[in-house]
Design a protein around this ligand. Structure first.
Ligand SMILES: [Zn+2]
Length: 120
């Protein structure tokens, strides 16, 4: 909390999303597969992204489940809420600003992999 809403493009599935809901709650993108409108068959994303926060041990550091290919920053505000499907499609064509993939807010590495020594 405390940071502004931001609009992102997922580099795994191409979806455009905002990390803050209109009610102020944080939102976490999870790739959905591409749905064929004719058959409703879903094609899974090859390297899916899942921003939901997990904790590998109680009280331990948090990380996102899976970074996938990362995300690109489109705007430091919410461009998605209230957008029509056509407007959402237009948002997908915007060029992200800043580094690609954009650095994660929460680390993606497993904290059990490398714990710093205490007292050195
Ligand atoms: Zn995605």
């Amino acid at each position: 909390m405390g940071r502004p809403a931001r609009t992102w493009r997922c580099l795994s599935c191409g979806d455009v999303y905002c990390d803050r809901a209109p009610n102020g709650m944080d939102q976490y993108h999870v790739c959905r597969g591409a749905e064929d409108p004719a058959t409703a068959a879903v094609t899974p994303v090859r390297t899916p992204r899942d921003e939901r926060i997990v904790q590998d041990r109680p009280g331990g550091p948090e990380r996102i489940r899976q970074a996938g290919r990362g995300r690109g920053l489109l705007a430091m505000r919410d461009l998605v809420s209230g957008a029509t499907p056509a407007e959402r499609a237009q948002l997908r064509t915007l060029t992200p600003v800043g580094p690609l993939p954009y650095p994660e807010d929460v680390p993606t590495v497993d904290p059990r992999a490398a714990m710093p020594a205490v007292g050195e």
